[in-house]
Design a protein around this ligand. Structure first.
Ligand code: SF4
Length: 479
């Protein structure tokens, strides 16, 4: 039996292939094209949204946006790889009708339209609401860290700068001592295996320049009270799944109906403490609902953020943070062992004593009241309660809103389970779309655009699963 043979490459084809034949009827690229055709480019602020009357003709925004969305759907996120795809990948050749923008054009489109691409997520979320693909019955909010284009060595905190300055000073001292030693020895003789005096002086000069640089950094850190990232100044060192890394903190709000993302935002906040109300209020506006139920993990437990949600008609379900690990580690009672009695504004301790409000103090702009009892010195439980003479319990003035959110979360464990099922899956997919969780662009505006494209790709992928290519195209088609 002969092998199956391909055609001779030099053979001419009688009738040319149609570009339309390059992709099948269900290829996702057809849905991308349909979506790109519906975007109101001028209203969202895209460049060249109106056809220019003179000058060199630009590419249509719909072609380049479609190409970027195809890229994020297929994990091809750099402009050079996208340029290659325009020459080598049939669905892309179909999408662009054989147009071949170079990598600079693709990269500049992403850069010049960063804000417009960011606006696109909200525009799409409103369309999802109009199509009843989201219902706001439950919104889950979560954050995840994405690596920035900035190595750890090029990120500096007050401590790391002080350490580098001290290392440089030690090294300069060693070189100076070596110079001194060589001066005292026979000057004409080259030191065996060591550096010549000229090389040592050069090294000392370079180290002193480096020290000046770190001293200037230290001044900047003192002024701003922050860390400095040299490659991407907007990025920050923060805790991530891979340990301490220089990252951005990406936030999403996901609607529970079909697990579609309705709000996204990339920040450089090192934790989620201040992110709840902004995301929840934006989600409520997008959904156009008078009230909303929002669920988030314990990292969002922050009284003034929950109070802002309450004021906006948003009910939050947030578990209490884990008790003070310091007391737990020492085997002492934690605050959870003390019962707050609202009617009398007192705490009851494990020994049954009443702790009354004694003093108050301001901490980070918030008032904290402290409660204590005179019974501690003679208490038989004192050894497992405090290392001092008295045990003191602190309570923030706005702690009621916090405990109410914790109580709601405790009373509805099923919502906590829905939270993980709703919001954790999108991050897994998005991390795969964005270079395994590493941004390829720099600066808050650009990483927001990059993240927005990945969010759009995720939503399109979800809709393809829910509606199919034809179904999605039919929904997108103008009425
Ligand atoms: S040490 Fe004080 S606060 Fe602690 S259990 Fe005894 S009386 Fe209560």
């Amino acid at each position: 039996m002969p092998y199956v043979e391909g055609v001779n490459r030099n053979q001419t084809i009688l009738l040319p292939n149609a570009v339309e034949d390059y992709v099948g009827p269900d290829d996702p690229v057809r849905a991308i094209e349909a979506f790109a055709a519906t975007v109101p480019y001028a209203a969202l602020g895209f460049r060249h949204a109106e056809e220019p009357q003179d000058g060199r003709p630009p590419y249509r925004p719909s072609d380049l946006l479609g190409l970027l969305l195809w890229g994020y759907l297929n994990r091809v996120e750099t402009s050079r790889k996208l340029e290659m795809a325009t020459r080598e990948t049939l669905p892309v050749m179909w999408l662009l009708r054989n147009l071949r923008p170079d990598f600079k054009t693709i990269s500049e489109f992403r850069r010049h339209n960063a804000k417009a691409v960011y606006n696109l997520v909200r525009h799409f979320a409103v369309w999802l609401r109009e199509e009843s693909l989201v219902d706001g019955s439950l919104v889950a909010i979560d954050g995840s860290k994405f690596r920035a284009v900035n190595s750890r060595d090029r990120n500096h905190t007050r401590e790391s700068v002080a350490r580098r300055i001290s290392q440089i000073e030690n090294r300069v001292r060693e070189y100076l001592e070596e110079l001194e030693r060589q001066d005292q020895a026979d000057e004409a003789r080259e030191p065996a295996g060591g550096l010549k005096p000229g090389e040592l002086r050069e090294k000392i000069e370079r180290l002193r320049e480096r020290k000046d640089l770190f001293e200037r950094m230290a001044e900047q850190i003192d002024e701003k009270g922050e860390q400095i990232s040299e490659t991407d100044p907007d990025s920050r060192r923060m805790k991530s799944n891979e340990g301490l890394q220089v990252c951005y903190n990406a936030q999403i709000a996901v609607d529970g109906k079909h697990k579609l993302i309705i709000v996204s935002e990339v920040t450089n906040a090192v934790n989620d403490q201040e992110q709840l109300s902004g995301m929840a209020i934006e989600a409520k506006e997008v959904l156009g609902l008078p009230s909303l139920a929002v669920v988030a993990d314990r990292g969002y437990s922050n009284s003034h953020q929950i109070a802002a949600c309450d004021a906006a008609g948003i009910t939050t379900y947030i578990p209490a943070p884990k008790s003070s690990s310091r007391n737990t580690k020492k085997g002492l009672y934690t605050k959870d062992d003390f019962l707050y009695e609202r009617e009398t504004d007192t705490y009851r301790c494990p020994a049954g004593q009443i702790l009354s409000r004694s003093t108050s103090a301001k901490q980070n702009g918030r008032t904290i009241d402290y409660y204590r009892t005179r019974a501690c010195p003679k208490c038989p439980l004192r050894k497992v309660c405090t290392e001092g003479k008295h045990r003191r319990i602190g309570r923030r003035r706005d702690e009621d809103v916090l405990t109410a959110a914790h109580a709601r979360a405790r009373a509805h464990p099923e919502l906590m389970r829905r939270r993980s099922a709703t919001v954790e899956h999108p991050f897994g997919i998005i991390k795969r779309c964005i270079n395994g969780g590493r941004f390829v662009t720099r600066g808050l505006t650009m990483v927001n655009a990059e993240f927005s494209l990945a969010v759009m790709a995720f939503n399109i992928k979800r809709l393809l699963k829910i509606l199919g290519t034809e179904g999605l195209k039919a929904r997108l088609a103008p009425a």
